[in-house]
Design a protein around this ligand. Sequence first.
Ligand code: NAD
Ligand code: UD1
Length: 319
Amino acid sequence: MAGYLVTGGCGFIGSHLCAALLDRGHTVRVLDDLSTGSESNLMPGATLVCADVSEPAAVREAMEDMDGCFHLAAIASVQRGMLDWPGTNRTNLAGAIAVLDAARSRRVPVVYASSAAVYGDCASLPISEDAPTRPLSAYGADKLGCELHARVAGAVHGIPTLGLRFFNVFGPRQNPLSPYSGVISIFCDRLRRDEAVTIHGDGGQTRDFVPVAQVVAALLAAMRGASVEAPVLNVCTGRPTSVLSLASIVGEVCGTRPKVEHGPPRLGEIRHSLGDPRRAGMALGLSDPGSLRDGLAEVVAWMDAVQPDRGRPVISQTV
Ligand code: NAD
Ligand code: UD1
């Protein structure tokens, strides 16, 4: 059994990862500032260090006697990165550097969350890991920065790393309460309560929606694959869904005819994001992620369990 530091362990993906690590008998320490995460997401058995990931001393202390680090703490919204450029850079890039710096003295392996946002708009789909990286957002630029610093960490300091380029992750515990929340959490929350959803632009933009269980499987396997070569792998399904058809599938799952309003398109938005999952599938031994509809039904079932009467949402998180 090993001890793992999970930064961002009180967030959506981090909480699922912590549950999986604890199930396997590992010791889990979480570093989180609870800015978009919640203490209610801290898995029983995990300990919490409430601190900012961009504070090198706090991260160094949290990494003491740990065997590995999963670095997930970040401002996960592409749009928030547009609005608060320096602030998101501090968390998303300086935070990653603080983690790598803390890993330096004992060469602690680091598995970290990168993003499909590093690719920008790709001419050829699906996007393989060899595609050029041309981010269109500050968020994507910072994630690419994390990958470059991970390469330096391996080449210069001998720190093993592996970066996972998550596409659009969804599942239970994703917070629907902010305009910066993931589209699936917003659509499921609204349509189950028969409220209208807003589509930014014409809704023809497509995303590769990957269930959180697949992401956790990739994270767990990635710790064994971390190396000084600083590999990066896609975590995706290879199946495209337009935002317009997402609204209609969520409507079917919720048993309602969706009311859809159209707003202006978002700034710096990627039009089509579709990943090639084959390399990661082989390297990490991933199985089929299951259907989008089944995953959406799981999200709606979770929301109904948290709030059976389908009134106002009760999930309380500050975002
Ligand atoms: P989330 O917002 O639910 O989790 C992020 C966690 O990091 C939260 O608990 C938050 O409190 C914490 N955090 C934020 N700033 C911090 C700081 N300065 N110091 C310490 N903790 C801080 O988001 P998520 O969807 O679980 O994302 C997890 C990781 O995966 C992020 O790195 C994100 O960029 C990446 N990612 C997410 C997606 C997705 O679709 N959700 C896709 C690609 C990459
Ligand atoms: C998401 C992730 C980001 C990740 C990236 C990788 C979140 C909040 N963001 O960004 O961390 O790096 O995937 O691909 O999880 N939309 C609407 N109406 C809404 C909300 C969204 O039409 O109410 C549209 C957006 O305009 C966009 C699509 O849905 O076209 C997805 O948006 P969003 O869930 O915010 O994710 P991304 O910006 O793709």
